[in-house]
Design a protein around this ligand. Structure first.
Ligand code: GLN
Length: 194
């Protein structure tokens, strides 16, 4: 099983190291051919307007969106969550538009722009997860097909819709592998149901 990591910009190295530490083979995705032979794709954090533009420039926007529509498991962290969303408040920036969600960018205000917190995430087991937020977005609204995995007050911070997984925080910046394990289980299920 090989997991692709969109390598246009952002926290590529951190996802790569965590997956390799878990014994998973990774491949950097920089052009449409790199999508062949991968069983899942990670969209790292970065700057969503930049990554969106680069997706267009590298001819990757449509091929990645098509792969997602065809059932490829895709996991977006932070910028990745924004790119996966159909709606981005107040922005026409390029996106994959695969998840039935509406997101608010840079949503935590200046004082809270970056923060860390230990939060229980029942889908990941009993121990709280150390969540790291960096100029994070949140999901403001989600359609019926979306399973909310973490909500704080009115903010959805971790969610799944079929083959798509989105986190507003950065699990790749911790040594806790449970979010990546959750994604790899989605990948394994997608493979056996093919
Ligand atoms: N604020 C960034 C954006 O809008 C997301 C930040 C991140 O990925 N850490 O793309």
């Amino acid at each position: 099983m090989k997991i692709g990591i969109l390598a246009l910009q952002g926290a590529v190295r951190e996802h790569r190291s965590l997956l390799r530490y878990m014994g998973v083979e990774t491949v950097d995705v920089l052009n449409p051919q790199d999508l062949h032979g991968i069983s899942g794709l990670i969209l790292p954090g970065g700057e969503s307007t930049t990554v969106g533009k680069l997706l267009v420039r590298y001819g990757l926007l449509e091929p990645v969106a098509e792969a997602g529509r065809a059932g490829l498991p895709i996991f977006g962290t932070c910028t990745g969550l924004i790119l996966l969303s159909k709606h981005i408040n107040g922005s026409a920036q390029p996106r994959l538009g695969l998840m039935d969600t509406c997101v608010e960018r840079n949503a935590f205000g200046r004082q809270l722009a970056s923060f860390e917190a230990d939060i229980p995430v029942p889908a990941l087991g009993e121990a709280p997860f150390h969540t790291v937020f960096i100029r994070a977005p949140y999901i403001e609204q989600a359609g019926e097909g979306v399973t909310v995995l973490l909500r704080l007050e009115d903010k959805i911070l971790f969610a799944r819709e079929g083959n798509l997984l989105a986190a507003a925080f950065h699990p790749e910046l911790t040594s806790d592998t449970r979010v990546h394990e959750y994604f790899l289980r989605m990948v394994a299920t997608a493979q056996t149901s093919r």
